[in-house]
Design a protein around this ligand. Structure first.
Ligand code: S6P
Ligand code: ZN
Length: 187
């Protein structure tokens, strides 16, 4: 039997009939960046990231492993690097794996008590997202940051906690370089 899904290891492009695409523009990221005025000043159709996903079972239904490639564009909103929304998993004990294909950035990880740390992402780097850990990615480079994520199909996603409380730190450009800056604004 031949698989109907293909992952191009050079580009991260997932293709095949079951693969879905979602796009996230700056206009759909209200509340995620520190500088809301800078976000609002953008052309709201500006693409920040798109995701190609292969989910053999629907979200929340057990029995499969899902994978998705995220293509996160380079850019800044004010001094904050383009980022993914970030989320906890609805089933808190479910973990995830990220594999970087190309580009460079930081994986931001936050425990439930808001302890926040980062792991550098570069081509080939593999990152384990432990249970009960919110995860978000920031693109600190000048090219798209491409990575593949793997997670169990029953996992589910909790975006609300991040919308309400944010992460414990933000990835900002300070003196021309990425810096992880504690964010006490939210809580
Ligand atoms: C899913 C996995 C990724 C993200 C993607 C976009 O568990 O973590 O596929 O969905 O990177 O990020 P977000 O936070 O907008 O879903
Ligand atoms: Zn996840």
């Amino acid at each position: 039997m031949t698989s109907t899904v293909h992952l191009d290891p050079q580009t991260g492009i997932l293709s095949g009939e079951p693969v879905t695409e979602s796009r996230r523009t700056i206009g759909r990221l209200t509340g995620y960046f520190r500088d809301e005025a800078a976000r609002a000043a953008f052309d709201q159709d500006t693409l920040v990231y798109r995701v190609l996903a292969y989910e053999p079972r629907p979200e929340g239904v057990p029995g499969a492993v899902c994978c998705a490639t995220t293509f996160l564009e380079p850019g800044l909103v004010g001094d904050e690097y383009f980022l993914t929304r970030g989320h906890f998993h609805a089933r808190e004990d479910r973990a995830e794996l990220e594999v970087t294909v190309s580009g460079e950035g930081l994986l931001v990880l936050m425990t439930e008590d808001r302890q926040t740390r980062v792991e550098p992402m570069r081509p080939g780097s593999v990152h384990h997202v432990p249970p009960r850990t919110a995860h978000r990615v920031a693109n600190t480079g000048s090219t798209p940051l491409v990575f593949v994520s793997y997670w169990p199909s029953e996992t589910g996603h909790d975006y609300q906690t991040v919308v309400a409380h944010g992460f414990g730190a933000r990835v900002r450009r300070v003196d021309g370089h990425p810096r992880v800056v504690e964010d006490v604004g939210h809580r």
